[in-house]
Design a protein around this ligand. Structure first.
Ligand code: HPA
Ligand code: MG
Length: 228
């Protein structure tokens, strides 16, 4: 991750988003969303460009993609597709492996102050990362759907570094503009977004909305409906 305060593809706090009426989306979510903040087609176009930037930097050596589940699966799949297309169409193709890891956060709040459904906790545990010795000497690309406080990324980076890869880069489709600015941001950022809860394109609210293609803002009634 690099230190930087400049983010490409910044979506302003006052951006009202697109009306849901402009696009198709699953009817089982009608009333559950306020607006579309990033339509699926725009995500795909941005991903294509990120793939090119990634290949320019990492394309000299075997790549291992570390997909952070579950929220990163769609971005990772689409990004890998585009990297493959670039590799197919160039005269130096590079082998690529894809590995999946998952971060579990445990509820650590006292019962008197339970966390609400759109908050995350700090106590992280990495699953699927027990033996990453195959990362040694490789170019590693960590792929995340959304980066909030950056704590998840930091934890993961520390863990991955221990396996001595040649290079580590981080790609995050979305980076939230949080109060305390991040110490580090991903090397490849799709969009910087307002600090609001978003869903769709594999990002969930209590496991709902992963089956929505656009990135949307959940409505208050949606939050209530899918609360656990
Ligand atoms: N949406 C879904 N998952 C998340 C978010 C979000 O806004 N922030 C952190 N994890
Ligand atoms: Mg989630």
């Amino acid at each position: 991750m690099t230190n930087a305060n400049i983010h490409p593809g910044s979506i302003n706090d006052d951006w009202p988003g697109y009306s849901l009426d402009l696009f198709n989306y699953p009817t089982h979510y009608s009333g559950d969303l306020d607006c579309v903040i990033i339509p699926h087609g725009v995500i795909m176009d941005r991903t294509e460009r990120l793939a090119r930037n990634i290949m320019d930097d990492l394309g000299d050596h075997d790549i291992v993609v570390l997909c952070v589940l579950k929220g990163g699966y769609q971005f990772c799949a689409d990004l890998v597709e585009r990297i493959k297309a670039l590799s197919r169409n160039s005269n130096h193709t590079i082998p690529m492996r894809v590995h999946f890891i998952r971060l579990r956060s445990y509820l650590v709040s006292p019962p008197s102050r339970p966390l609400s459904n759109d908050q995350s906790t700090e106590d992280l545990h990495i699953l699927g990362a027990e033996d990453l010795s195959f990362l040694a000497g490789k170019n590693v690309l960590i792929v995340e759907g959304i980066v909030g406080t950056g704590k998840t990324m930091e934890t993961l980076l520390q863990h991955v570094k221990a396996f001595k890869p040649k290079m580590i880069k981080v790609a995050g489709l979305l980076v939230k503009r949080v109060q305390h600015s991040l110490a580090s941001v991903p090397d490849y950022v799709g969009f910087e977004i307002p600090n609001r809860f978003v869903v769709g394109y594999a990002l969930d609210y209590n496991e709902y909305f992963r089956d929505l293609n656009h990135i949307c803002i959940i409505s208050e009634s949606g939050k209530k409906k899918y609360k656990v």
